[in-house]
Design a protein. Sequence first.
Length: 266
Amino acid sequence: MLRYAIVTPPVTPSRDEVLRVVAELGTPLPAAPTRRERARQATVDEIKATALDLMREHATTDVRFTDIARVMGMTAPALYRYFDDRDELLSALIVDGFDSLGAAVAEAVRPLDEADLPARWSAASQAYRAWASAEPQMFALILGMPVPGYQAPEEGPTTEAAKAAMSQLSSLFVAAAQRGELRPPLIREVSVSMADCEKSKHDELCDVLPPESFQAMLQTWAMLHGFVSLEAYGHFDWMEPEARDALFRSHMRLAATASGLPVPPA
């Protein structure tokens, strides 16, 4: 009996070989960042990290260049070499926040069977809740009260990041509709303005979700976000953690029931 297998170690191609294959395919390799570019990116990352630390320290979503510069041992004018103004810095942090939220939800549903929509809804909503609990200042920055004086660009990185993060929810409705598992929602009356909203803002969903299900999707997010916001800002602190967990699970079952999503088991 053969008890040992002969394993040939993988051969790592040389850079010249990789370059030859890439040249044949016609796709250039991305240039490695220069030392100057790496140093600049490290400073940008430090500025953003310092801004977040100050937000957490002072329990605010606002931040001043002078405070960041003081902590970093720089002058405030020096920060303008990296960000045009405070709003550009806040926009970068908002993009990071939505990216982080979207990644957390995606990671939570990744190992689950794509056909198990109740489990995916439970995992997605729990990930949303857990992320808000772990990142209260980031949560407040991207989904809380607007920062005084800050005006987010109507289109651009912040909008794209928000759409990408929220697509984790819409994908559940799309999957349920495509599998024939999306029931009509409890509330089916839809205003003309809501139907127009779907056409103008999310026309890619028009052929998949009828207006009443599009409306139910928004109501589901509002139910999820409402609970998470109350909890994140301490309004459920009077309740024991086990009771809050049970309330959240039942709340998400209620949301699924009302919206037409497959309902997770109790």
